[in-house]
Design a protein around this ligand. Sequence first.
Ligand SMILES: NC(=O)C1=CN([C@@H]2O[C@H](COP(=O)(O)OP(=O)(O)OC[C@H]3O[C@@H](n4cnc5c(N)ncnc54)[C@H](OP(=O)(O)O)[C@@H]3O)[C@@H](O)[C@H]2O)C=CC1
Ligand SMILES: CC(=O)N[C@@H](CCC(=O)OP(=O)(O)O)C(=O)O
Length: 347
Amino acid sequence: MSNLSKIKVGVVGATGYTGVELLRILVKHPHVTIQTVTSRAEAGLSIATLFPSLRGLIDLKFEDPKTADLVNCDLVFFATPNGIAMQEVPALLKAGVKVIDLAADFRLKDANVWEKWYKMPHSCSDLLKDAVYGLPEINREKIKKASLVANPGCYPTAIQLGFIPLIESSVINLDDLIADAKSGVSGAGRKAEVNALMAEASDNFKAYGVEGHRHLPEITQGLTGVANQAVHLTFVPHLTPMIRGIHATLYATLTKNIDIQALFESRYKHESFVDVMPKGAHPETRSVRGSNQCRISIHQPQGSHKVVVLSVIDNLVKGAAGQAVQNMNLMFDFPEISGLDLVPLMP
Ligand SMILES: NC(=O)C1=CN([C@@H]2O[C@H](COP(=O)(O)OP(=O)(O)OC[C@H]3O[C@@H](n4cnc5c(N)ncnc54)[C@H](OP(=O)(O)O)[C@@H]3O)[C@@H](O)[C@H]2O)C=CC1
Ligand SMILES: CC(=O)N[C@@H](CCC(=O)OP(=O)(O)O)C(=O)O
């Protein structure tokens, strides 16, 4: 497809945080016409009425997903809870519509692993082998040819980008990786939930999912693929009182004495959305807020064989909607950065 043409896109689940973030990016995308935007709860309401941030930028109403004309789109994004996209994807693919699912329906290659962690059967497990895991920094060429892209989770994006150079170059022990990660509350979505109430989440800090979070099999699957051998990861997520952002502190034991800073700089020098900061820097979540950047710094505490990698992203952008648009750009042969020249908000 020529870079000058526009494609028609649909967004299913646009009243949620990742859905409205997709709209924020897509209204300014030079190669996209937003055709159909769905919500069950707000069907018939003007989008700009629900989201005044989009006034003057979009002149559409939410449509009920049951009656919305999705088959006439070139691409449909699903910004819905887990288990929804899988019900619609087979018919869309059959109609020649490409799909990017922001949920986890197509991330795990093994339907048994899906059922174990997501507690529901997979309704189209035959498609898992064709779905491409949408982390462009490792799967760029496959994404370009894909019809169905499984957009990675937010924690898995920050964590995999931090470990990949170390694993690819075989300089760490793969038995004892640790990812200590913190997320802002928008990671939990826009639904009403006690955990996300102001009196619960603000002025508070807590770990959760220590016994096993559903992102663990996704991260392990990705890192095992890079290593081509088993990887053991301890992953502990935390909820922090901020709105957007993921901060991952990654620990690994070095098995070789090499220049880690140079390794990361070389691995990511052609990546538009991974910024390797100067040695010893401390990336802050606000340095990526509202942007598609992942900022990384590498540390080697004195007298230790450990390498500590700090990786920050905006969970709604590189961790969801921005990465989805990056994948769309690859699937339609648009410049990879189209629509994504977003400058982080400061302060
Ligand atoms: N928040 C984040 O940081 C990240 C989220 N994700 C994943 O992206 C997906 C969306 O997340 P998020 O935006 O936070 O979620 P939200 O809860 O904020 O939004 C979910 C959206 O889905 C719609 N929806 C719910 N049920 C259905 C259904 N049965 N059929 C059609 N639409 C439905 C809702 O609208 P309505 O009820 O009006 O139809 C709503 O617009 C989730 O799978 C999440 O795990 C991935 C990475 C990061
Ligand atoms: C703070 C918070 O609750 N975060 C969410 C992660 C959101 C996400 O990325 O969802 P996926 O499962 O689609 O990847 C959680 O831990 O469940």
